[in-house]
Design a protein around this ligand. Structure first.
Ligand SMILES: Nc1ncnc2c1ncn2[C@@H]1O[C@H](COP(=O)(O)OP(=O)(O)O)[C@@H](O)[C@H]1O
Ligand SMILES: [Mg+2]
Length: 459
């Protein structure tokens, strides 16, 4: 079994191709809605699959909104505001969707970012940010504005209006969380064609670009995705299956999601917060000023940003300096940090890294006796593949791509004629549905998604 570490970029492109068949000459977009980063793609006549670039010509954009005077800003601009006015910038909103104020994820958010005033929205049993002027903004409303921005990226790239989208959600999202995403899209005036579980999008993408490897014997792939806020391991099988859907026997490749394990609070963000707090403690110890850096939101926001940078540097280097000019009361900070130190302060997090894999394997083993003992599988042929969102996807099977490319590049011709001529490459027979989708209330922070229906057919 191969273990694949993969991002979601480009995977929705594949998912999108399902829909273009039905929407003659209309462009459709997709949003890989990560808690920290979003990636936008679109399909339009003459353009089978394309990633939309943002204002800075980048393929991923911080899932963030900030208010600069009376203006709303997004992405990199919002990151700049965050360092100066942390209470006016909002990130990790996806984590907050559809939750009441006593939800452990909301509590964790408040602990990590104590400078916001978060109040209960009693009527909806959710939360809202209270601004200085007393106005209330729900995470759904803020996310709606981000989605409007994502549509702008897609429209600018596609050169036409877009009203419909596919959005990824974490597979463990329950019904209230999914409804909140739908509500945000509704507020944005964007029609959601489908919410797709993020691991399904990844599995489809992998299957389509490795079609030649799919044969009569099931082979198993694990996808391991550690994002900013959460970690998910998914085990799928790919196999040619005989079907009689169209009245005659035919063989079609299928992907089945066999098991999903997750940890909703394990991810890069927690590492960053740990490092931020370590730097704050070390700075206070230096007693450069009588005030504690912990009490100053702006200083803590600067430390958060610097902790993110240093964390990334330390994944490729053994040591580095964390430095912030004029951190507090005109005092600079320059503190050396080793990777060893970072590993020490995150030791308990690393211990949690394999739990989602074990959970996914346990569920898979119940689904099929083909998946052998989890301990053995964990040792086998682990081949990490990291997808760089800034690089275009490199399909192994170029033919798959050409097969799907539309023959019509004429965007100006008759609307009904200008459409993607080829059949979509993939058809989702059934979307994997997590058992959590039925639940409205709080749920476990770690667990496995039990799948009701889990077959995806690749045409
Ligand atoms: N080089 C790196 N070293 C360590 N962590 C990284 C590196 N690059 C990105 N990260 C972390 O990965 C997380 C983002 O994961 P990603 O899957 O891109 O976002 P999302 O969870 O929003 O989908 C962040 O916590 C980020 O700091
Ligand atoms: Mg992600």
């Amino acid at each position: 079994m191969k273990s694949i570490l993969t991002g979601l970029l480009a995977t929705l492109l594949v998912a999108l191709s399902f829909y273009v068949e039905d929407v003659n000459s209309v462009a459709v977009m997709s949003v890989d809605l990560g808690s920290e980063w979003m990636k936008v793609a679109y399909v339009s006549p003459g353009v089978p699959m394309e990633i939309a670039l943002n204002k800075e010509s980048k393929r991923k954009t911080a899932t963030m909104i900030a208010f600069r005077e009376d203006e709303r800003v997004f992405g990199e601009d919002a990151q700049i505001v965050a360092a100066k006015h942390p209470t006016k910038s909002f990130q990790y909103l996806v984590d907050l969707l559809g939750k009441s104020i006593d939800n452990p994820i909301v509590q964790l958010f408040r602990k990590r970012f104590p400078y916001y005033e978060i109040v209960a929205d009693e009527e909806r049993n959710t939360i809202a940010f209270k601004f200085n002027d007393g106005s209330l903004y729900t995470p759904e409303l803020l996310l709606a504005q981000i989605l409007i921005k994502s549509r702008e990226f897609a429209e600018n790239s596609a050169g036409q209006k877009i009203t419909e989208t596919v959005i990824t959600v974490p597979g463990y999202f329950n019904q209230a969380e999914r409804k909140a995403v739908m509500q945000a899209a509704d507020l944005a005036g964007i029609k959601v064609l489908q919410l797709i579980n993020d691991y399904t999008a990844v599995a489809l993408n992998y299957g389509i670009f490795h079609r030649k490897e799919i044969n009569d014997t099931a082979h198993y792939i694990m996808f391991y995705d550690m994002g900013a806020s959460s970690t998910t391991a998914t085990i799928v099988s790919y196999q040619n299956v005989k079907t009689k859907d169209r009245g005659f026997v035919e063989t079609s490749p299928q992907v089945s999601v066999l098991g999903v394990g997750y940890d909703r609070t394990l991810g890069g963000l927690e590492v960053q917060v740990r490092l931020q707090n370590y730097l704050a403690t070390e700075f206070d110890k230096l007693k450069k000023t009588e005030n504690s850096v912990f009490n100053n939101p702006r200083s803590m926001a600067k430390l958060f940003k610097e902790a993110g940078r240093v964390k990334n540097v330390l994944s490729a280097n053994a040591d580095h300096f964390a430095q912030v000019e004029s951190l507090l009361d005109d005092q600079d900070m320059k503190i050396p940090v080793t990777r060893e130190k970072l590993e020490e302060i995150c030791a308990d997090l690393f211990e949690r890294v394999t739990a989602p894999i074990k959970m996914a394997l346990t569920i898979s083993a119940e689904e099929t006796d083909q998946v052998e003992k989890s301990e053995e599988l964990l040792k086998e042929d682990v081949k990490p593949v990291h997808e760089d969102p800034e690089q275009p996807a490199k399909p192994e099977d170029e033919k798959v791509k050409t097969d799907n490319e539309t023959k019509s590049n004429d965007k100006t011709s008759n609307q009904t004629e200008t459409k993607v001529e080829k059949k979509p490459t993939l058809t989702v027979l059934k979307e994997p549905i997590s058992a959590n989708q039925d639940k409205f209330g709080p749920q476990e922070l770690t667990g496995s998604c039990e799948l009701w229906s889990n077959v995806i057919k690749i045409k």
